[in-house]
Design a protein around this ligand. Structure first.
Ligand SMILES: [Zn+2]
Length: 88
């Protein structure tokens, strides 16, 4: 079993290259983004490794908004599909 501290909390892949080790502040930032995202929550711990790229993507304000919009759209599309199925 992989060491959970060496697993990226965002993509759940092992962090061997290009990672940061999360401090208190980094953790708080990711948790904050996690709350805003709703659909992609992560639970990082202090001392946990995170990919630099994952972290940048995940905490980027523009990305969060884009993802949230995509999520809402997905939900809407799903509902439409269900309605179609029901009327068949
Ligand atoms: Zn990652």
């Amino acid at each position: 079993m992989d060491d959970p501290l060496k697993t990226c909390p965002i993509c759940n892949e092992p962090c061997d290259v290009e990672f940061n080790t999360l401090g208190k502040k980094g953790c708080a930032r990711i948790k904050d983004s996690s709350q805003r995202r709703q659909n992609r929550t992560v639970q990082p711990t202090v001392g946990q490794r995170v990919h630099i790229e994952c972290r940048r993507d995940y905490t980027n304000d523009n990305n969060i908004e884009k993802d949230l919009k995509a999520y809402v759209l997905d939900d809407y599309t799903r509902k439409l599909l269900y309605q179609q199925l029901e009327t068949c």
